[in-house]
Write a protein that binds this ligand. Structure first.
Ligand code: ADP
Length: 329
């Protein structure tokens, strides 16, 4: 009896495997709108031996025109000859969650646009007032204005980060590419940040010429994010070390700090949108948890990689690569 039941299970299982291999996916698309290749179906990948494959897809009901979002997760069960005899696929409808996320993105985009106009106007009037107080030699008012200016610049950076995030979500962030020496950019950025950093020494250890093709301002933004984080998350330390080297046709930039470090559990997730390490030690640091997300999107767009090596309590090293572009090669 038991054998009979097992035989039926196995037969049913083989059916699911056969069906999966025979029929095309029903009009799924990737979230970016590209058609979904059959080989990416988690069920097929599970048959190939991939552990717990998953995929987020979007599809449109041809009759109603309604779009739905699904997460597909599959597991394959293999018989004693290591042949797949059953594939279980769980489809989770996340359409409502996606709609909420899109509303939140829309809100962030509108809020950051609305905030930008008054802040720009305040910055403009601060300049006018600075000129007036300079004429009157009013040192104290000039000092207050300089504090206001500094705070407004911080606010502008936050608003710009939020605007960048919204543009990234909709693929509207533009990149102005040019050939330049990444080493020069690292030097310039370090030099500019040195002027504004009293607590830490910024040491540029190894240098090498590295001709790349990319958006200088955006890569500069990545460097600023990594260096300011290195300073922010190492309040007890007094230096941050940087280096640039070449490895396998890529420029590798490293930013090393001697700060609080990052526990293993958080190391991958800190590159996600709005992710912050939420333990009591971390809560004292201000921020929105978007700098690393923006940085990793910029690096990916340049065909590079970004990662962190760290130990809790023992500092962190953030590294990123950008492919080299030899103008003469
Ligand atoms: P923010 O610093 O605004 O919170 P980021 O996206 O720049 O956002 O960083 C995400 C999280 O990663 C931070 O909240 C922090 O917990 C962690 N982190 C980033 N850089 C470092 C660092 N150099 N040392 C320790 N933790 C870091």
């Amino acid at each position: 009896m038991e054998d009979f039941q097992r035989l039926r299970e196995v037969q049913r299982g083989y059916d699911s495997v056969k069906v999966l291999l025979r029929y095309p996916a029903p009009g799924f698309k990737f979230p970016d709108g590209n058609p979904f290749p059959l080989k990416n179906l988690p069920g097929r990948r599970a048959i190939q031996g991939e552990a717990e494959p998953r995929e987020t897809v979007r599809y449109v009901n041809k009759q109603t025109g309604e779009a739905a979002w699904n997460i597909l997760k599959s597991t394959a069960i293999f018989d004693h000859e290591q042949k797949p005899y059953l594939v279980i696929t769980v489809m989770q409808d996340i359409t409502q969650l996606k709609e909420l996320e899109q509303r939140k993105d829309m809100f962030i985009s509108m809020a950051s646009h609305e905030l930008k106009t008054p802040v720009t106007s305040l910055l403009g009037f601060i300049q006018v007032l600075q000129k007036r107080f300079q004429q009157r030699d009013d040192e104290q008012s000039l000092q207050f204005l300089s504090i206001m200016d500094g705070q407004l610049k911080k606010l502008t950076k936050l608003i710009n980060d939020l605007l960048d995030i919204s543009k990234m979500q909709t693929g509207q962030l533009t990149y102005n590419e040019e050939y330049f020496d990444l080493n020069e950019l690292v030097r310039e950025t370090v030099c500019n940040l040195r002027a504004a950093t009293r607590s830490h020494q910024l040491l540029l250890e190894d240098e090498v010429q590295a001709q790349v093709l990319g958006d200088k301002d955006r890569l500069g933004q990545v460097l600023i994010n990594l260096i300011t984080n290195a300073i922010k998350y190492s309040p007890q330390a007094d230096k941050v070390m940087l280096s640039i080297s070449i490895d396998a046709g890529e420029a590798v930039v490293r930013v090393h700090d001697f700060g609080i470090g990052i526990a293993e559990a958080h190391r991958q997730r800190i590159f996600e949108r709005f992710y912050q390490v939420g333990d009591p030690l971390e809560r004292t640091f201000p921020g929105l948890g978007i700098g690393l997300y923006i940085s990793s999107e910029i690096i990916k767009r340049h065909g590079g990689k970004i990662w962190v090596e760290s130990k809790r309590g023992d500092g962190s090293t953030f590294s990123f690569t950008v492919p080299l572009h030899d103008l003469h090669g």
